[in-house]
Design a protein around this ligand. Structure first.
Ligand code: SF4
Ligand code: SF4
Length: 313
């Protein structure tokens, strides 16, 4: 059975990349499971999706804890323990990363023995042509992962993309196909490198790592739930790949626009009726940038903006 886990940030196309791979496997005659794992309002947050494919019926359920392949759309997740990219990854497990960084740089940081495969990210569209709606990185990974399997043909990949992305319209679909097929061709020399993992054997079953707790009175067992107003302690500043920056000179003071549209209540309003961004809880969805009628909110890339202190008082 092939077990593939795709990691990325909400909005980068990780779910769709999983669907493309799943459909391509299906077209090649495989039984397939593909499912994303995320909650509501996750744009920018670490999420993952996973694909299982086998010639036989699949009885395994749940998230993949021992992947045969991991694919990552956003290299910043490699450093983030909460993203779980390295969960179950052994020395030989291929880790596909769509990044502009070199393989040597990633190996130096994450371990020389890691089986990291770098997929070059393309230029994100020319000045005259808008990029496809689906993230380039996700398309790159879908194409590269398909080639690594050795069982997905270019024709099945093409048909799967056409099926999953038909709603984008002919132009974006054509560019998406071009990107995925280029990544597919780019790993021709590694065709079939991905090995199918063995089926689990009940004789080698080991208990999961959780600790079994005895029943307690609910007053003892659920203190966090009974506490009020503790959501402010959950920060989301690590979700951002870009941050909104306010130009006070352009701001018209129509705070009900940006403050109302912010889904995380991260646009506060000061005593003078001016917006103030709470960067500890801003997740970088950039809805405020889209909604601001005067162009006072602009997007700046992390972590450069953080280093430069952009947006800070
Ligand atoms: S919507 Fe734009 S102009 Fe209006 S208060 Fe917010 S940042 Fe300022
Ligand atoms: S401040 Fe802007 S970018 Fe940050 S969470 Fe709110 S709407 Fe999204």
């Amino acid at each position: 059975m092939f077990r593939i886990r795709l990691h990325g940030r909400g909005g980068q196309g990780v779910k769709t990349a999983g669907r493309i791979l799943g459909t391509a496997f299906f077209l090649e005659g495989f039984h397939v499971q593909d499912a994303p794992r995320y909650g509501a309002e996750r744009r920018g947050a670490p999420i993952f999706s996973f694909v299982r494919a086998d010639r036989r019926e699949i009885h395994e359920r749940g998230v993949i804890v021992l992947p045969d392949l991991v694919a990552v759309t956003d290299q910043t997740l490699l450093d983030m323990p909460g993203a779980g990219v390295w969960e179950g990854v052994g020395a030989e497990t291929p880790v596909l990363v769509a990044t502009a960084h070199s393989r040597e740089r990633l190996l130096a940081r994450f371990g020389e023995t890691r089986n990291i495969i770098v997929c070059d990210l393309p230029a994100n569209g020319s000045a005259n042509a808008p990029p496809p709606l689906l993230g380039m990185a996700a398309l790159t990974l879908a194409g590269a992962a398909a080639r690594l399997t050795g069982v997905i043909t270019a024709g099945a990949l093409r048909d799967a993309i056409a099926h999953e992305l038909v709603h984008l319209g002919p132009e974006a679909l054509a560019r998406s196909l071009e990107q995925a097929l280029a990544a597919f061709a780019g790993l021709e020399s590694r065709r079939g490198e991905l090995r199918e993992g063995a089926l689990p054997d009940a004789r080698h079953w080991t208990p999961p790592r959780w600790i079994r707790l005895e029943h307690e009175p609910s007053a003892l067992a659920a203190p966090a739930i009974r506490n009020t107003a503790n959501s402010s302690q959950v920060t989301s500043d690590q979700w951002r790949t870009e941050r909104p920056v306010l130009d006070a000179g352009l701001c018209k003071g129509c705070w009900w626009v940006c403050a109302t549209f912010c889904p995380d209540n991260a646009v506060l309003v000061n005593g003078e009726g001016r917006p103030v961004i709470d960067y500890s809880h801003c997740k970088g969805c950039l809805i405020c940038v889209e909604q601001c009628p005067s162009g006072a909110m602009t997007a700046a890339p992390e972590p450069e903006a953080q280093t430069a202190g952009e947006g800070q008082p």
